[in-house]
Ligand binder design. Structure first.
Ligand code: GLU
Ligand code: ZN
Length: 462
């Protein structure tokens, strides 16, 4: 049984990078009829953000990345929140100490700071100096209640080979690997211990993480070997980048899922776009459904090069999804996007006029607000056009058949009779009706607004 997991730290708002990771986990698990787990990694208590977990789940729900096991769903290998698993980590840390693969460290913060400063001054990578590695009185110190951490005992002079499914074998030298803290003095595990214990106990078969975690993989591999557990496949996905190739950040882009919701991006379009970050469709297709992606996706086809997040392209893609949407569906999306403030029925009538024109749901109102309220200001001064508007009002009043094509015909006729150029005539009329120089097709808009309302708006200027 294939099992993947999204290991999410609830330390902030739901990040688009988290969704990107989760998408791959989800698609791979679904493709193989496996399970997708969401685990909450809340062991760094100082960085916890209230409500972050709730927001992560509502973001996953918005994208319909439905998990099989999680804190809210339960599952056979819970709990799925790391803060509820402390005794499990403690037990395994103990086991490593007993086997001689980990040791207690009693060094004070001051001592560690000194060691770090000294190494930095010598231009070396700051690492723990293994001071407590061979101390004899460990048991005694613990008895007397001295605070301690548990550290990984990294073997000396050893080649550690890690196999990544995208990058192949990567060799590390153990001298570059720190005697990492596994269990902190407050009884919380660090990421390294927790991730190995949990992935093992939760029967994760594919450990999919962002490539920024790659440097931790020798420690992860050592832990699996020390425990005598079979390793999952290691897969490090390329991280999304800003246009300047730096890691995708809020300073250069929009990383918060809620921004995309506020802008009226469609979750399916975002997922389609994210799928293309690092993966390409075998037929070179750019637009494909979630089902198609699930059917085709394999980690083998991921490129290791960092994909660049291109908002313009996403916007284009979103527009494609809007164009493809059923009118009834788009009506519903727009209605909800504006918190049900505008008549759903009226939105429905306007959708065919603007479906080709909008790229995001938030483009709707600037284009269509005039359907819901009369113009408050006019983009062009048409106060000098009273004679023309008077004639138009008369023509309209006499019109029995209020249909876009009839309106169009009659208006053309009026323009001719008045000896006004079409472009000028319709610009004036458009501004009178909508307040704007650019609007959805005018005749159709007038039909929707109704004869009475159109007359009212024209008279408003006179
Ligand atoms: N908890 C880590 C994070 O939030 C995930 C790393 C992993 O997937 O193992 O980034
Ligand atoms: Zn120490």
């Amino acid at each position: 049984m294939i099992k993947t997991r999204a290991a999410i730290s609830p330390t902030g708002y739901p990040h688009i990078g988290t969704i990107y990771q989760a998408l791959f986990d989800y698609a791979f698990a679904k493709r193989h009829k496996g399970k997708f787990i969401v685990r909450i990694e809340d062991t760094d208590q100082a960085r916890l953000v209230k409500d972050a977990e709730k927001k992560v789940f509502s973001a996953l729900d918005w994208f319909r990345l439905e998990e099989d096991e999680s804190p809210r769903k339960g599952g056979p290998n819970g709990p799925y929140r790391q803060s509820e698993r402390l005794d499990i980590y403690k037990k395994y840390a103990q086991e490593l100490v007993e086997k001689g693969n980990a040791y207690y460290c009693f060094c004070s913060k001051e001592r560690l700071d000194e060691v770090r400063k000294k190494l930095q001054a010598e231009g070396k990578i700051p690492m723990y100096d293994k001071h407590c590695r061979n101390s004899k009185d460990q048991k005694l110190k613990i008895k007397t209640g001295e605070p301690y951490v548990v550290r990984l005992k990294v073997p000396e002079n050893k080649k550690i080979v890690v196999k990544d499914e995208i990058r192949g074998e990567i060799e590390f030298n153990s001298s570059e690997v720190d005697d990492q803290i596994l269990l902190k003095s407050d009884g919380f595990p660090t990421y390294f211990l927790a991730v190995v214990v949990d992935d093992h106990l939760m029967e994760v078969t594919h450990m999919v993480r962002g490539e920024e975690w790659l440097p931790s993989s020798p420690k992860i591999a050592l832990l699996y070997d020390f425990f005598g557990w079979e390793k999952p496949y290691f897969i490090h996905t390329p991280i999304i980048r800003n246009p300047d190739k730096s890691k995708f950040s809020k300073r250069q882009g929009h990383t918060n899922v809620s921004w995309y919701q506020e802008q009226g991006y469609l979750p399916e379009a975002i997922l389609n776009y994210l799928a293309l970050m690092g993966w390409s469709h075998p037929e070179g297709k750019e637009i494909f459904s979630r089902e198609e992606f699930i059917r085709l996706f394999d980690f083998k086809d991921i490129h290791a090069v960092g994909p660049i997040f291109d908002l313009t392209k996403l916007e284009w893609m979103n527009g494609e999804y809007i164009r493809k949407a059923k009118i009834s569906n788009l009506k519903f999306l727009i209605f909800n996007f504006y918190n049900k403030k505008y008549s759903e029925e009226l939105i429905g009538k306007t959708v065919p006029l603007i479906q080709e024109r909008i790229k995001k749901l938030s483009d709707y109102l600037p284009l269509c607000e005039f359907f819901f309220q009369k113009p408050e200001k006019y983009e062009v001064d048409i106060s000098e056009k009273k004679v023309m508007l008077q004639k138009v009002a008369e023509t309209i009043s006499a019109l029995a058949d209020w249909k876009a094509d009839v309106i169009g015909e009659k208006m053309q006729e009026s323009a001719k009779n008045l000896g006004i150029k079409n472009s000028e005539f319709f610009m004036t009329l458009r501004v009178a009706i909508t307040g704007k120089k650019i609007s959805p097709p005018l005749n159709e808009s007038m039909e929707i607004l109704g004869k009475k309302e159109c007359l009212k708006r024209i008279k408003n200027i006179m």
